[in-house]
Design a protein around this ligand. Structure first.
Ligand code: SF4
Ligand code: SF4
Length: 474
């Protein structure tokens, strides 16, 4: 397929699109390269989808299968947000944030660059564009893989041929898919393959913002040399009856009637039929024919037409974001937007609460409250410990008792203060704590148990309890 990108355009919408694309691409590219120290032997990637370990690591948090409800709440919240955005602003997701749109836009830029710099050599333009696009596709697949592997060691493994075969297969599939969708299928994906435009019909209504062409002002379209409809030059064209045209003087008439009369009179509306709006459209839509399923709401035709209007010294916004009828939005707040916004707030709020209170350690302590005086004068207290670690690996846990001088914890029947816990195992142990004889040990004194991951040094849990001196049982 020969390279035929849509024309470039500058303007406010293009700038917003570029800023949005830069933010979204940064969110895709950089997170896998952030580091997070989890201690020796543990992955040091801040965000890692660890498929073999069946867990998701996000900075200090570890999410496993039992945390699936959090993921579901996030998905429901994001879906509700998408519905909300569609109800308010039509296909803004498709035009500004969809990965297909972003990558196709990058590939168009490559083709336009080659066309500009390799003038008159179509074959060279074609091959050079495809080579760069293939490189971008490979990089895309590599970054995608970095979300699932240690990103810092992956390049060396891949280049030395020591990475697992699954990595090479994933890279190949990722690169081919990107190339296929962004360089070859392109707008046909949005029009024929993506289900979203079909769903979206249910959310968009007469109050949603969509890209519209003001036919009442633009028609009849005609070459620049034709005289402009006089009503468009009036301060208030709507209140103006087309003076002297087709006998309609001083009568209140609709804009469509004015346009028809103007055509008969050899006049033109604001559209000079330059087709710039179509030439910049990534999906080849002529928005002057009305809203179509191919329109992804990218707004580039708005910029293109505004540019033409500026040059003609005519008011902007012949093509603009407005309701389908062209009237301004009367109510952003309506039943469906309230429902979607509420669902998004509740779901994302619940997910946020669950994430900030997320803990993979279940730890309870039951004191015996029966101090025992030992032969050497020391005092012993016993505690029943329950521990369950929801993770993906066996963990050795050290137990510390802090807050009172000289406290010595150990597991009953051993001299050790460590527990080996398998994932999700319900560990029950008797914990013995001795304190040296002391005049200061009276009544019950508070102290804290601390559980520490032996491998990483991370504090897993702390619990406050009491140490009872002899004679203070209760
Ligand atoms: S860019 Fe504007 S003036 Fe040109 S054809 Fe499109 S609507 Fe008409
Ligand atoms: S008609 Fe084309 S350029 Fe205009 S908003 Fe729709 S997809 Fe974008």
């Amino acid at each position: 397929m020969a390279c035929s990108p849509p024309n470039a355009v500058t303007g406010r919408i293009r700038r917003i699109k570029d800023i949005t694309a830069a933010i979204l691409l940064a969110l895709f590219i950089f997170p896998p390269f952030l580091r997070w120290d989890r201690g020796p032997g543990a992955p040091s990637q801040a965000i890692l989808c660890d498929i073999p370990g069946r867990r998701l690591l996000v900075f200090g948090g570890e999410f496993i299968l039992r945390d699936l409800p959090i993921l579901l709440a996030i998905l429901i919240g994001c879906t509700a947000l998408l519905f909300l955005v569609s109800a308010v602003a039509g296909r803004i997701w498709c035009g500004f944030a969809c990965p297909q749109t972003l990558w196709v836009d990058i590939f168009f830029r490559v083709e336009r660059f080659m066309k500009r710099h390799l003038r008159g050599n179509p074959l060279l333009i074609e091959h050079a564009s495809r080579a760069v696009q293939l490189l971008i596709s490979a990089l895309t697949a590599f970054i995608f893989l970095c979300w699932f592997q240690d990103s810092w060691s992956l390049p060396a493994l891949l280049l030395t041929g020591t990475a697992p075969p699954a990595d090479y297969i994933s890279l190949l599939i990722g690169a081919i898919t990107t190339m296929l969708l962004a360089a070859h299928v392109r707008e046909r994906f949005c029009i024929n393959m993506c289900p979203w435009p079909r769903f979206q019909v249910a959310f968009v209504d007469e109050q949603s913002l969509v890209v519209t062409y003001d036919s009442g002002r633009g028609e009849p379209r005609g070459k620049k040399r034709l005289p402009l409809r006089p009503d468009l030059l009036a301060p208030n064209p709507l209140a103006f009856a087309l003076d002297g045209v087709a006998g309609m003087a001083n009568a209140p008439v609709s804009r469509d009637l004015i346009a028809m009369a103007a055509m008969e009179a050899g006049l033109r509306g604001d559209c000079v039929d330059c087709t710039r709006c179509t030439a910049v459209c990534p999906t080849n839509v002529d928005i002057r024919q009305g809203l179509q399923i191919g329109c992804i709401g990218c707004g580039l035709c708005v910029d293109a037409c505004n540019d033409v209007m500026k040059k003609l010294d005519r008011p902007l916004s012949l093509i603009r974001f407005s309701t389908e009828s062209g009237a301004p939005v009367k109510a952003f707040v309506r039943a469906k937007t309230i429902v979607f916004a509420s669902l998004a707030v509740v779901s994302l709020g619940a997910a946020g609460f669950a994430v900030t209170h997320h803990d993979n350690t279940e730890f309870t302590l039951e004191p015996d409250r029966t101090p025992i005086s030992l032969a050497n004068g020391d005092v012993r207290n016993d505690y029943q410990l329950h521990l369950s670690l929801h993770g993906s690996q066996d963990t050795r846990v050290s137990i510390e008792a802090i807050g009172l001088p000289g406290l010595q914890p150990r597991i009953a029947g051993t001299e050790a203060a460590t527990i080996d816990a398998a994932p999700d195992e319900d560990v029950q142990e008797r914990l013995v704590v001795t304190a040296p004889a002391s005049d200061h040990l009276q009544g019950r004194a508070p102290f804290v148990f601390r559980l520490i991951n032996d491998a990483t040094g991370k504090i897993l849990a702390t619990r406050q309890t009491f140490f009872w001196a002899p004679g203070s049982e209760q």
